[in-house]
Design a protein around this ligand. Structure first.
Ligand SMILES: [Zn+2]
Ligand SMILES: [Zn+2]
Length: 393
């Protein structure tokens, strides 16, 4: 995290990967290494050309070029003169975004596997602080948005108080395996997904349930939570957080975060059903898309799910080595539609996330370059979301 003081809101992306964590393959790592080596050799050749005599021969010794005797230290110093392009890392860990406010509130959106790294940073920052508060807002219950919770250091420190907001399914997903709210784990769940449970987690956990689920989807009595309504603002100091529903196979929330006139909208896992139809699913998707556009219009920063290209969504083309199967109804939007929406809604900067785990690194690079080139219009930019990036609003 940047050391400079936070003026208003600082957004840090810890995880932008969709569906499952990924690690670059050996072939991708080797390709990257070859590319970096080539760049470095090109830099060295250019540098050596400064030491040529009129006949094109090297005019000095290696020691002259290294400015010292040949040693690991002088070689490292010489190599350090050249800037080799830093590889862009897009995802890696699944969804987790941190927002820190100038008045000291720590807000985290989703606890995918990126939450482990986020929690490590929070613990380091809090250091000896005797009492700490974290406000975690969940989008929905799916594993790629909850899997980092039981590995997060913030859960294992008795000085920490976690205020956890989300719809009932999200809160239940955390409680079912870990018992953090109800202080019990159903016998059937004990040790099934994780050896961790509430008894091993000394932090305190409070739940805030957003929106009521229809009775058929509620799955048992509500947890003992503070009840909040969707589209009703939550205030943390000078920051306003407004949850609203999007369209996904599981009930899912997006969040609009505003402070001193600057707006960040976090919308993961939302499908805009692009084929026009008149069935109930299509109508629900359209209503959710319209709501998202209304809340995101003019925003300074938008993080939005765009997992597929249209041809992949429609099943005309596979992703990486995966087969060409229609991905309609899987709960994710198309990249081209997000670019179009960002332009129409005049969003200053848009980060397209929830990257498909089948997509190769080189294809992500290619996509990022073409989106950035074609998606940019006056005052608006669109790019792929990248882990380990920060934005000051
Ligand atoms: Zn997801
Ligand atoms: Zn999902």
């Amino acid at each position: 995290m940047s050391e400079s003081p936070i003026q208003n809101l600082r957004v840090h992306i810890y995880g932008a990967q969709g569906s499952g964590s990924v690690f670059p393959s050996r072939a991708e790592r080797l390709a990257l290494l070859r590319h970096a080596n080539q760049e470095l050799v090109a830099c060295i050749i250019q540098d050596l050309s400064r030491h040529l005599d009129p006949q094109g021969r090297l005019s000095g010794t290696i020691e002259d070029i290294l400015e010292g005797p040949i040693s690991p230290r002088t070689i490292a110093r010489y190599a350090g003169r050249f800037d080799v392009t830093e590889p862009r890392v897009y995802g890696g860990w699944t969804t987790c975004v941190r927002v820190t406010t100038a008045d000291g509130f720590e807000i985290v959106l989703d606890c995918g596997s990126g939450f482990r790294i986020c929690a490590r940073d929070l613990q380091a920052q809090w250091a000896e602080l005797p009492e700490r508060h974290l406000h975690l807002f969940g989008s929905h219950s799916h594993l790629d948005h909850t899997e980092g919770f039981d590995q997060a250091a913030v859960c294992f420190d008795p000085r920490n108080h976690l205020h956890i907001y989300g719809n009932r399914q999200f809160l239940r997903a955390l409680d079912y395996n870990l018992g953090i709210f109800s202080r019990q784990v159903a016998r059937a769940a004990q040790g099934v997904q994780t050896p961790i449970h509430f008894g091993l987690m000394p932090a305190t956990f409070a739940s805030y349930e957003i929106g009521a689920l229809p009775a058929a989807e509620a799955d048992g009595p509500p947890l003992k939570s503070v009840a909040l309504r969707a589209e009703e603002a939550i205030h943390l100091g000078a920051t306003t957080i407004l949850p609203f529903e999007v369209f996904h196979p599981a009930p899912c929330l997006a969040y609009r975060i505003e402070r001193e006139g600057r707006v960040f909208v976090f919308c993961t896992d939302h499908e805009w059903r692009r084929e026009a139809g008149e069935d109930a699913e299509w109508r629900r998707s359209q209503v959710a898309e319209d709501r998202l556009i209304a809340y995101a219009t003019g925003a300074d920063l938008l993080y939005r799910d765009g997992q597929y290209l249209r041809a992949e969504y429609e099943g005309l083309k596979g992703i990486g080595d995966s087969g060409a199967v229609p991905r309609i109804g899987w709960g994710h939007s198309c990249i081209e539609d997000v670019v179009e929406m960002a332009r129409k809604a005049r969003i200053h900067r848009t980060l397209i996330g929830h990257h498909d785990p089948n997509r190769s690194w080189s294809e992500l690079n290619w996509l990022d370059e073409s989106i950035s080139r074609h998606g940019a219009t006056d005052g608006c930019s669109v790019e792929l979301a990248r882990a380990e990036t920060e934005f000051d609003l």
